[in-house]
Structures are given as structure tokens and as C-alpha cells.
Design a protein around this ligand. Structure first.
Ligand code: ATP
Length: 487
């Protein structure tokens, strides 16, 4: 709605319709007064930006200050100084705006109007923030690329790391590889336990004498695991081959046997494995003569073996035998520095594989960085492969990412925490809890108060503190009656 004073409508120097169309098409707010500060016209943008809920046409600008609708006036300053004046102010809408008041003089040099332009700074500020963040990210990515060792990313070296904890594990590999001591690798599913185990083999002299054999203890039915591991003599059970069969441990002779998910090994087999570790001999199912074996065992688990020992589901003596060199691989969410280099490395791998040429825009990379990766490196690898295969254009944007990754932003993480109904077992980090509580209270204050002033008052803080907190918590724009959340 455009506001007009009757006197202004009748001016003959400019056709009213043209003038109306002109000022209503401007996206900045326009507010015009006479030389005494009485409003003679304004456009729609002025009402939208300021959020002033009353009719201001024919009202003197000083009454807006009296009614606490504005805190300061560029118009009054122009009237006082007869000069162009700029101020930055916050309106009841919550918009921070740059207001520039311009004095208008007639041909004889008489001062007769003030024309104010009101420019919403929130969009500008958010663009500035985005630009700053992009620059920071670019800098960060450039630093990572500079310090990134491409030697770790070629065909022979299948592992990509940047995180110092992972780097120190890699540094240890040659030394651990040299010894024959049993290694127990801990870590969540998909962190790279199998990969580290295979690298250990490659770093040892065993790689020249024997094979790397991977056994997934959780994937073999318990009725078959003994014959699969130890092999069997001919005719030792129904369905057995007449000539017998060598077991997986035979295949690993002089090499490395990687027992994945060792926590799933049945208790009976734990006893047999312990005797192999102690005597370096195996006895096939149905056999009577133990066979000497030269095997290096590397085991892995994502379970808490110590707890299993306490509960009696894992043998204590075997646990100590296995846990000679423990290696703990942190989950990806605890080594965020690796996310960028892994993404680039997987991107290169899958671009080559599918003959594509795609890259991530920084905003999409940012989302990958913020996501918590419950499936760890395997999940990241699968997602990058899917994006490369299904991507329609050469740029992977935020919108192309799976919903669960797209919707995670630092502010959403805070917003997701249900402070009022916390899980009994869950301890929420104090900083996140404070932020989430602040967020809830601010949203509530806006739901109950249409304007910034009363909302700030209800919260017992001043308007500038409220605006600062809105910005920090990602409560992007405060309209007169609603709070817009970040999307
Ligand atoms: N640092 C890394 N660099 C490159 N690829 C990695 C890295 N870590 C893991 N991967 C890849 O991620 C996938 C999962 O790794 P891996 O199978 O070793 O995990 P895991 O911890 O053994 O999982 P699970 O416990 O489920 O068996 C593999 O394709 C592996 O090559």
C-alpha cells in the first residue's frame, strides 16, 4: 500500500500515476516529508522494512519517536542541518537499515522537502557474512591442499589422511608392521579398520612371503566357522569333501590373517584361537596331527571387549593375547580435517572410474563438513560415488546432497537438541544446551510479542543484544509477527 498526502496528489509537475509507479517499484523504502517533518508520501517498501504498523501519512516524524516506533530520525537531522544525513538504525520489524535523508530545494534555493531512502541491511549483511565464510573456507581448503601429500593418494597408497591422530597411526605402521605382535584395532564400523590391517600387512616382510586373508567372524555361521578357519580332514562330517579342505588360516600361512569383528567369535572357537596364538599350530576338524603355522594375526572390533570380558562373553586370556598392540581409529566426526581430503580423494577416484568431471561447490563441502557421518568413511565414500554417478551437472551443489546432510548446519544442530525433554542418559554439552535454551526463549518471545522492543523487554535484554543473539543462533529475520527459521 502506498501512502499519499492529499496535497501531494494534487501536484501538477509530475503526473501522479507515473510518480506512484516510480516510487513503488523501488525496493528501498522511500519516505518523504515537507520541510516541517510532516509525511507526504512513502512507498510499500518503507512499511515492509520498518514494520511501522500505523498510518504515518500526514503525521509528523517526531511523533514516531514519541511513540517509540523509531529511535532516531534522519529527517529531523536534515531539517536541522539542511544537509544530507545517513544513519544506521533498527526498526520495529527487527530490520537493521541504512537511512539516508536528502534535503530538496526549489529553484529559488528554498528548502521544501526531505526525501529519505531506507535500505534494508540484513540482506547485505547476510551476503557479507556468506562472502566472509566463503573466503574463510577457500583459505582453509587452499591450506589443506597445500599441506596435502598427494603421495598418500596414489594407487599404491590407498589411504588418505590429514588428521594428526590418523597421521600418527600411519607413521607407526612401518614399525608395527615389522614386528609379529598381534594387533587389535578398535573403531566404529566404516572407520577404516580393514584398510589399516591390510596396510600393516603391506608394510611387513610377510607381504613378500604370504597373503593377507580377511575373515569376517560375524559373517560366517557359527556351525561353519571352525571348519572355515581351521579346515577339515576328508570325510570328517556329513557333506565334507572327500579329500578334505584347507582352512582360511592355512591360506594365511606366512602372511597375515585379519579377523574382523573378533567380538562375534563363539566362545568355543575363542579357546581354539588362543591355542593357535600360543603354540603356532592348528588342528583341522577331524584331524589328529597339529600343523605348524606362521601367521601374524590382526584383529578388529567395534565392540567393547573389556566389557565383554566382564560379562563373560569374551575370554580374558584371549583378550590379553590379542591386545598386544592396540590401535584406536577415531570416528570421522572426531577427525573433521579428514573429511575434505577424503572427499577430494573419492571424487578423483569415482570421476576416473565413471569418466566424469565434477566438483563440489564450497557450500556443499561445508555441509559434508558439518554432518556427523554415523557410517564413517564408508558412508562418505558411498555418498560421493552416488553423487558422481547421478550428478546432472559438473557442479555438486547443496541441493544435490541427501536431505539428512543438507539439513545439518551448526545452528540446526543446536536447534535439534530438545532441552525440555532430554533423554535421561544423555548429557548435552553445556554450550549447546545454553544456545538451545536461548533459542527456544527467543522464539517464544517473538511468538508472544509482535515487535522487537517488547520481545527484548520480555527477555530482559536490550534490542541490540537480542539482534546479536538472533544472528548468532541463525534466527534469520524477525518479521512483525513471525520468526523465520533458517532453512
Ligand atoms: N583413510 C581412508 N582413506 C581412504 N579410504 C578409506 C579410509 N578409511 C576408510 N576408507 C575406505 O572406507 C571403506 C570402509 O573402510 P573399512 O572397511 O576398512 O572400515 P572398517 O572399519 O573395517 O568397517 P567394518 O567395521 O564395517 O568392517 C573402505 O572402502 C575403505 O577403503
Amino acid at each position: 500500500m502506498l501512502g499519499w498526502s492529499r496535497g501531494y496528489k494534487e501536484m501538477s509537475w509530475c503526473p501522479e500515476m507515473t510518480f506512484r509507479a516510480m516510487i513503488s517499484s523501488i525496493s528501498d523504502g522511500i519516505y518523504i516529508t515537507d520541510s516541517n517533518g510532516y509525511c507526504i508520501a512513502h512507498n510499500e517498501a518503507f512499511l515492509r522494512i520498518t514494520g511501522i504498523p500505523i498510518n504515518v501519512v500526514d503525521r509528523n516524524v517526531s511523533t514516531l519517536i514519541d511513540d517509540n516506533l523509531i529511535s532516531e530520525s534522519a529527517t529531523l537531522e536534515v531539517i536541522r542541518t539542511r544537509q544530507r544525513v545517513s544513519i544506521i538504525t533498527v526498526f520495529p520489524s527487527g530490520c537493521e537499515a541504512l537511512v539516508t535523508g536528502n534535503p530538496v530545494f526549489d529553484d529559488a534555493g528554498n528548502f521544501f522537502n526531505v526525501v529519505c531512502e531506507v535500505r534494508d541491511l540484513s540482506e547485505l549483511n547476510s551476503l557479507k557474512d556468506d562472502l566472509k565464510r566463503s573466503k574463510q573456507l577457500n583459505k582453509q581448503y587452499r591450506e589443506i591442499l597445500v599441506s596435502y601429500n598427494p603421495a598418500l593418494n596414489n594407487d599404491e597408497q590407498k589411504i588418505t589422511v590429514r588428521d594428526p591422530k590418523m597421521q600418527s597411526i600411519l607413521d607407526e605402521l612401518p614399525r608395527i608392521g615389522d614386528s609379529d605382535a598381534t594387533v587389535l584395532i578398535y573403531g566404529e564400523s566404516g572407520v577404516g579398520k580393514g584398510l589399516i590391517a591390510s596396510l600393516l600387512h603391506e608394510h611387513s616382510t610377510r607381504s613378500t612371503k604370504g597373503k593377507f586373508i580377511k575373515v569376517d567372524c560375524s559373517a560366517i555361521p557359527s556351525s561353519l566357522i571352525e571348519s572355515e578357519l581351521f579346515g577339515y580332514e576328508g570325510g570328517s562330517f556329513t557333506g565334507a569333501l572327500r579329500e578334505g579342505k584347507a582352512g582360511l588360516l592355512d591360506q594365511g600361512n606366512h602372511g597375515t590373517v585379519f579377523l574382523d569383528e573378533i567380538g562375534e567369535l563363539p566362545l568355543l572357537l575363542q579357546v581354539k584361537l588362543l591355542s593357535v596364538l600360543q603354540d603356532h599350530k592348528i588342528l583341522r576338524v577331524g584331524g589328529t596331527t597339529p600343523l605348524s603355522m606362521d601367521i601374524r594375526f590382526v584383529c578388529a572390533t567395534n565392540r567393547n571387549l573389556e566389557k565383554m570380558v566382564e560379562e563373560g562373553t569374551f575370554r580374558k586370556d584371549l583378550y590379553y593375547r590379542l591386545n598386544v598392540i592396540p590401535v584406536a581409529i577415531p570416528p570421522l566426526r572426531e577427525r573433521k580435517d579428514d573429511i575434505f581430503v577424503l572427499t577430494i580423494s573419492f571424487l578423483n577416484k569415482f570421476c576416473q572410474k565413471y569418466n566424469r568431471n565434477v566438483s563440489f561447490v564450497p557450500e556443499a563441502m561445508d555441509c559434508l563438513y558439518e554432518y556427523s557421518w554415523p557410517g564413517n568413511v564408508r558412508e562418505l565414500e558411498n555418498i560421493v560415488e552416488r553423487l558422481v554417478v547421478l550428478g546432472q551437472s559438473s557442479l555438486i551443489k547443496k541441493i544435490d546432497l541427501p536431505e539428512k546432510i543438507r539439513r545439518v548446519s551448526p545452528t540446526m544442530v543446536l536447534a535439534d537438541i530438545d532441552i525440555l525433554h532430554p533423554n535421561e542418559q544423555e548429557i548435552i554439552p553445556l554450550k549447546a544446551a545454553v544456545a538451545a535454551t536461548e533459542r527456544q526463549l527467543i522464539v517464544q518471545a517473538f511468538q508472544q510479542n509482535d515487535h522487537l522492543g517488547p520481545a527484548a523487554q520480555a527477555l530482559g535484554i536490550d534490542i541490540s543484544t537480542l539482534l546479536r543473539k538472533c544472528k548468532k543462533l541463525g534466527i534469520k529475520r524477525v518479521a512483525t509477527s513471525t520468526v523465520e527459521m533458517p532453512v
